[in-house]
Design a protein around this ligand. Structure first.
Ligand SMILES: [Zn+2]
Ligand SMILES: [Zn+2]
Length: 392
């Protein structure tokens, strides 16, 4: 029974750390211990570490840490790419070592030895495509066309020059401070890919997320079927009911079967738990990005919209309080009809406060059009080069 509790604690702890790390900054976790764990993992721990290094090794130690930080966080580097390859390679290796001896089994045919390898290879191929493809770098030659691709909405995108690249910034583009270039329809800089996610490679990035979600589900189900096959082949149910005289019902047998699996196949159980957690995280991440793609928004634009809307709200609040102040002054001067002017003031104020500040995304042209923008980026279409030659 002790093994079971270790697995459960391991599962809960992993889940807590992963959720805190990835989602701890979300508004729903504000003020909770998940937010505090997130702060500690993402900032607090590193801050303490820097202080300790500074206290022990002085300014030379701090400089060395800052140099490593600069190299790891502010410049393109392959650290996370190597970690990704280590995770996918390591997990596949453990699966081969621990579970391939049971394939073919009662529920799995031999073909899964090859399809699993193929599935992993496709995953790595999508990773390489996303990592090494051009995200849509804007340069002096193509800037005129990228400018004509998306109009400025004069809300979150206004016509201005990139202070580093010294070219006009097309609407929806952003200068990536890590890659030191302007990227069209910029989504975010992905550390795992060591590349920006932009106009031209969002499709590969989405395919990568979806494929890895499927890959994890495939792994979880296949290992589950390996274990189910072992239960069947070793006649575990038969032994439990006939030899130990247990009642042949799902409720009475399940705890014993689970306990037996946890003791005899703990590697497979841990792999299943790991793959299930990763598949859930990937599903969430994919759903978030799919929603952005289908509404023709980018991660960068969600931040810009947040800023824009909160600024608009402040402007409206300021207008409302100015109007209320004016109304109360006029109410004071008009002493003959104080009651009526108070009502007027009330309605005038509520009308201003009720102004709905809404996001008006001019790039959202409907589900199919938005999907087309992702699968066939504007800069890959023949019209792109035609417009380029026209403008050139
Ligand atoms: Zn730039
Ligand atoms: Zn970048």
């Amino acid at each position: 029974m002790a093994v079971q509790w270790i697995v459960v604690c391991h599962l809960l702890l992993t889940l807590l750390v992963v959720i805190s790390f990835l989602c701890g900054h979300w508004p729903i976790f504000q003020g909770t211990f998940i937010e505090r764990i997130n702060y500690f993992i993402t900032f607090g721990f590193y801050d303490y570490f820097k202080r300790i290094v500074g206290a022990v090794f002085g300014s030379r130690g701090t400089d060395a840490v800052l140099f490593v930080e600069y190299f790891c966080c502010d410049r393109p580097n392959p650290i996370l790419q190597i970690i990704y390859l280590a995770i996918i390679g390591g997990t596949y290796y453990v699966i081969v070592k621990s579970s391939f001896s049971y394939i073919p089994g009662y529920y799995l045919s031999e073909v899964h030895r090859y399809t699993s390898l193929l599935a992993v290879a496709v995953g790595i191929l999508l990773f390489l495509l996303t990592s090494f493809s051009d995200p849509g770098t804007v340069n002096a030659e193509n800037v005129s066309h990228y400018i004509s691709a998306y109009p400025y909405d004069n809300m979150i995108f206004v016509e201005k020059e990139c202070s580093t690249c010294k070219i006009l910034k097309p609407a929806r583009s952003k200068h990536c401070s890590i890659c030191r270039r302007c990227v069209a329809r910029f989504d975010h800089h992905c550390g795992w890919m060591n590349n920006c996610i932009g106009e031209r490679n969002t499709r590969y990035f989405m395919a990568f997320l979806f494929w890895h979600f499927l890959l994890c589900i495939y792994g979880t189900v296949a290992i589950g079927l390996v274990l189910a096959g072992q239960v069947k082949e070793l006649k575990v149910i038969y032994i439990l009911t006939v030899y130990y005289g247990m009642e042949n019902s799902f409720r009475s047998l399940t705890p014993h079967v689970v306990q037996w699996l946890m003791v005899s196949y703990n590697t497979q159980i841990l792999l299943m738990v790991f793959l299930a957690i990763v598949s859930l995280l990937l599903a969430g991440f994919f759903a978030y990005h799919a929603n952005l793609c289908l509404t023709n928004t980018t991660t960068n634009e969600t931040f810009k919209w947040e800023e824009y809307l909160s600024w608009q709200r402040k402007v409206h609040e300021a207008k409302a309080s100015t109007a209320a102040l004016k109304a109360s002054i006029s109410g004071l001067s008009n002493e003959r009809k104080p009651r009526e002017s108070k009502w007027k003031t009330f309605f005038r104020r509520s009308r201003l406060e009720d102004v709905k500040i809404v996001k008006d995304n001019i790039y959202d042209k409907g589900f199919l059009h938005n999907l087309c923008d992702i699968i066939f980026p504007l800069s890959t279409r023949p019209s792109f080069s035609q417009a380029k030659s026209k403008s050139g």
